[in-house]
Design a protein around this ligand. Structure first.
Ligand SMILES: C[S@@+](CC[C@H](N)C(=O)[O-])C[C@H]1O[C@@H](n2cnc3c(N)ncnc32)[C@H](O)[C@@H]1O
Length: 283
């Protein structure tokens, strides 16, 4: 089994706790900075009217709402909502008759996203403090689960996907953006705490992610590549210090440096009660 695949199944508890602390400490220390990450993934139109604090702390790897096909009136859950940028865009898409719940395990992030939703005037956005491995929301309460650059951070990805499945209504959809690794990472990068917190070391290969989503019960699963993610993309984030970037330049093969990973849009559907997908006749 390669290093890339190894991460899908839950590792030993010590490793899980160590990973969770690194992720907590890293995101707990991040402050709003510049608009570079937001401007890479969101159009000027999408960013117009969003609170500046939410824009300056965008830390995702894509733009899930652009691909999620949200409809007015839908109920959406955002796993690892951070500063709340995707919650705000989802709230625009579902309108006042829909709702958005963001979940993040850091109280500072919850506070920022809650303030951003109030500033943007979205009364139908609630941000809850909690784990994506144990979502603080009832069964079958959402139409769409979105997420942006967060599933890779969890040492318990099977658990996260099982929770996404639980909270969706029958026929509901998983619509997330994440990274998939193109190659195994060199050991120095693989074991570097900032590389895990920076969304790389915990990322799966495309095939492992696909199998994990199917195993969680989703059907109609598709994984669409969005953009390459190389050293220059890593450098946009406050999480990657110069020491890690230099290590990456020194240890990654030249052809890998521009595409260590790929950001992908992942879609899956929860079957309706008897295992059928909506709109399909039973064979
Ligand atoms: C890469 S940032 C992405 C934030 C946001 N989705 C965005 O696009 O800006 C990851 C976020 O997930 C949160 N997070 C990481 N692991 C988590 C977990 N196991 N449970 C809940 N939140 C988690 C972090 O606190 C952080 O806010």
């Amino acid at each position: 089994m390669t290093g890339v695949q190894m991460h899908f199944e839950d590792g030993d508890l010590l490793a899980q706790n160590a990973i969770r602390s690194v992720v907590r400490d890293t995101y707990g220390a991040v402050e709003p900075t510049d608009r570079r990450v937001a401007e890479r993934f969101y159009s000027p139109n999408e960013l117009a009217g969003l609170p500046e604090t939410a824009v300056r702390i965008a830390l995702g790897v894509g733009n899930p709402v652009r691909h999620a096909d949200l409809q007015p009136g839908q109920d959406v859950i955002d796993l690892g909502s951070g500063g709340g940028i995707d919650c705000l865009l989802a709230a625009r898409a579902v309108g006042p008759s829909g709702s958005v719940v963001g979940v993040d395990f850091l109280s500072d992030m919850v506070g920022r996203a809650t303030a951003a939703a109030a500033e943007a005037g979205h009364a139908n956005v609630r941000i809850l403090e909690g784990l994506i491995e144990a979502l603080p929301v009832p069964d079958a309460s959402a139409d769409v689960v979105i997420s942006n650059g967060v599933v890779n951070l969890s040492p318990r990805k099977a658990r996260v996907l099982a929770e996404a499945f639980r909270v969706l209504r029958p026929g509901g959809r998983l619509a997330i953006v994440d990274l998939v690794l193109e190659h195994d990472l060199p050991p120095e990068i693989q074991t570097h705490p900032a590389a895990w917190a920076g969304c790389l070391s915990g990322a799966l290969s495309e095939i492992s992610l696909y199998k994990g989503i199917r195993r969680a019960g989703f059907r109609d699963v598709s994984i669409k590549p969005l953009a390459p993610f190389g050293i220059s993309e890593c450098a946009l984030y406050p999480l990657f210090g110069e020491e890690l970037l230099s290590l990456m330049r020194a240890t990654l093969q030249t052809e890998q440096q521009d595409r260590i990973a790929t950001s992908v849009f992942v879609h899956g559907r929860k079957p309706i009660g008897d295992g059928r997908l909506p709109g399909r006749a039973r064979k």
